[in-house]
Design a protein around this ligand. Structure first.
Ligand code: RP5
Length: 181
């Protein structure tokens, strides 16, 4: 599934149920795309239908509110929210939806993105945002997939295979050729 192209149109329009996006990836600016597209890539690799949208908590607050309010009703199960700087996008969305929200802090020029990290992760009590590392797009996608896998055993198997491949790549690294021999 390509990012932002979830589903093929049915006769009546819109994605078919099988292709309906389950993960919504939103980002504060198109300038975040080089980081965010890695999350979309991992979800595509795992066969997780997803959509990608650009919207800003401060530039387009009404659009963010509309997206957050409608996401669950459209079948979205997890939201990944990426933003940099005063990164309040994830928190703004989390406050308007019962869906789990994964915050993805975008690297910036301030200590590598410490501003993004703190403004995403430091949610006051009552409205959680599960925040991954600065620039941790792959982990954001994997965490979203793990949440979905709780009710999708086949996805769970694909996740296990993904993890096994990552481990095997390290075991196969030439620097490890003589370890244990
Ligand atoms: C945030 O401001 C975005 O998430 C982005 O990381 C940052 C800079 O945005 P641009 O000025 O590049 O549009 O809202």
């Amino acid at each position: 599934m390509m990012a932002g192209t979830a589903g093929s149109p049915e006769a009546g329009g819109g994605p078919s149920p099988v292709d309906r996006p389950l993960v919504g990836i939103i980002m504060g600016s198109r300038s975040d795309m080089p980081v965010v597209e890695k999350a979309a890539s991992v979800l595509a690799e795992l066969g997780v239908p997803h959509e990608v949208r650009v919207m800003s908590a401060h530039r387009t607050p009404d659009l963010v509110a509309a997206y957050a309010d409608g996401a669950a009703g459209r079948g979205i199960r997890v939201i990944i929210a990426a933003a940099g700087g005063a990164a309040h996008l994830a928190g703004a969305v989390a406050g308007r939806t019962p869906l789990p929200v994964i915050g993805l802090p975008i690297p910036t020029g301030l200590a590598g993105g410490l501003d993004s990290l703190l403004s995403t992760v430091q949610m006051p009590r009552g409205v959680p945002v599960a925040t991954v590392a600065v620039g941790g797009a792959e982990n954001a996608a994997l965490l979203a997939a793990q949440i979905l896998a709780l009710s999708d055993p086949e996805l769970g198997e694909r996740l296990a295979a993904h993890r096994a491949r990552a481990a095997q790549a390290i075991l196969d690294d030439p620097t490890n050729a003589e370890v244990g021999s």
